[in-house]
Design a protein around this ligand. Structure first.
Ligand SMILES: [Zn+2]
Length: 194
């Protein structure tokens, strides 16, 4: 039996050009698509992954195409301030163009294994897990994920005990959610810094 794969035709937010927003999340068929663009002189987004051997940063290149496998904790610096893990692979693309850099991350919601997103924070000093929140994304969809993520961020920021490592006493800096437009002053400053 062969499965014919259908193109995603309801992808509607442009990546570049005058209509393109600085950042967007959209649901298109069974995909969550995050896109963004930066002016050429702006700080670039960077992808970091949490592997058994530690934090690994993707090299900065003019063009990157990278698959983040299901189950691997990852973060896009300045885009969301926590480790995110889910049961689906994510494809991350960064590409220079004549006016700057365009970014895209595509996460298929089709796999049965993708039911939740786990958001968590680790100690910047020793790597110990500080706090973890599970969001039932299959039930809540993208809007619910964004909302729950912001609530988790605010609870984490408001509680110094949550942010303080029990092993080495390092205090994690404040975090930030997916949507820059939702940032309060503390979250905006955090987004700019890590
Ligand atoms: Zn620690």
């Amino acid at each position: 039996m062969t499965t014919k794969s259908q193109p995603v035709t309801n992808y509607r937010i442009p990546l570049v050009g005058p209509e393109a927003p600085d950042r967007a999340w959209q649901e298109a068929s069974r995909n969550y698509i995050w896109s963004a663009r930066h002016a050429a002189n702006a700080t670039r987004y960077g992808v970091v992954e949490l592997l058994p051997e530690g934090v690994v940063r993707l090299p900065e290149r003019g063009r990157i195409f990278h698959a983040i496998p299901a189950g691997r904790a990852h973060r896009i610096e300045h885009a969301f301030g926590f480790w995110r893990t889910c049961g689906a692979d994510a494809l991350y693309i960064a590409s220079d163009y004549d006016e700057g850099v365009a970014y895209m991350m595509v996460i298929s919601t089709a796999p049965e294994s993708y039911t939740t997103d786990t958001l968590h924070w680790t100690c910047p000093g020793c790597g110990a897990t500080l706090h973890s929140v599970e969001v039932p994304t299959r039930r809540l969809h993208l809007a619910g994920l964004t909302e729950r993520a912001l609530a988790a961020v605010r609870a984490f920021n408001a509680d110094a005990a949550l942010r303080t490592c029990a092993q080495c006493a390092t205090v994690h800096p404040p975090a930030y959610g997916f949507e820059p437009a939702d940032d309060n002053d503390e979250e905006r400053a955090a987004r700019a810094s890590w």
